[in-house]
Write a protein that binds this ligand. Structure first.
Ligand code: ZN
Ligand code: ZN
Length: 146
């Protein structure tokens, strides 16, 4: 594993390190993430600014290349009531590679909890920046929309 801790933060080198951190984080949360999907814009770029509102259960990403804005997973259902806040890295940059992960209800393919992991493009910090209880149904449909 390539994760390294510096002070309070973890640093990695790629999406697999975000996944490792998400597994650790989600196990501590009691709902282990078992399925994952990396965000890619329709333009092919994979770096984004991220905004979320955990209370409303919504997140949106803005492509760092083309500016296209996308509501992640089932967030479109909750975006009206959301007060989005932008995520800044500890290094103050705002562009990340994003990995979505979900925990499932036992014996089903139904989403139970949603995690959004980030890898900072500038400093390689990795972390789960947002997570919430999410009953979005079919995990394939949900992850395809992240
Ligand atoms: Zn784009
Ligand atoms: Zn950073």
């Amino acid at each position: 594993m390539a994760l390294k801790k510096k002070g309070r933060y973890w640093y990695g080198t790629g999406p697999q390190d975000v996944q490792a951190e998400m597994v650790r984080f989600s196990q501590l949360n009691g709902y282990p993430s078992t399925r994952f999907s990396a965000s890619v814009c329709s333009c092919g770029n994979a770096t984004f600014k991220l905004e979320s509102d955990e209370d409303a259960g919504a997140a949106r990403r803005s492509c760092a290349a083309c500016g296209s804005v996308h509501l992640m997973g089932d967030s479109a259902q909750y975006a009206d009531e959301a007060e989005f806040e932008r995520h800044d890295c500890a290094c103050s940059e705002q562009v990340f590679q994003l990995l979505s992960g979900v925990a499932l209800y036992d014996g089903t393919n139904d989403v139970r909890w949603y995690y959004i992991g980030c890898l900072c493009v500038a400093c390689q910090l990795v972390g789960v920046f947002a997570d919430w209880k999410c009953e979005a149904g079919n995990a394939d449909v949900f992850l395809a929309a992240t």
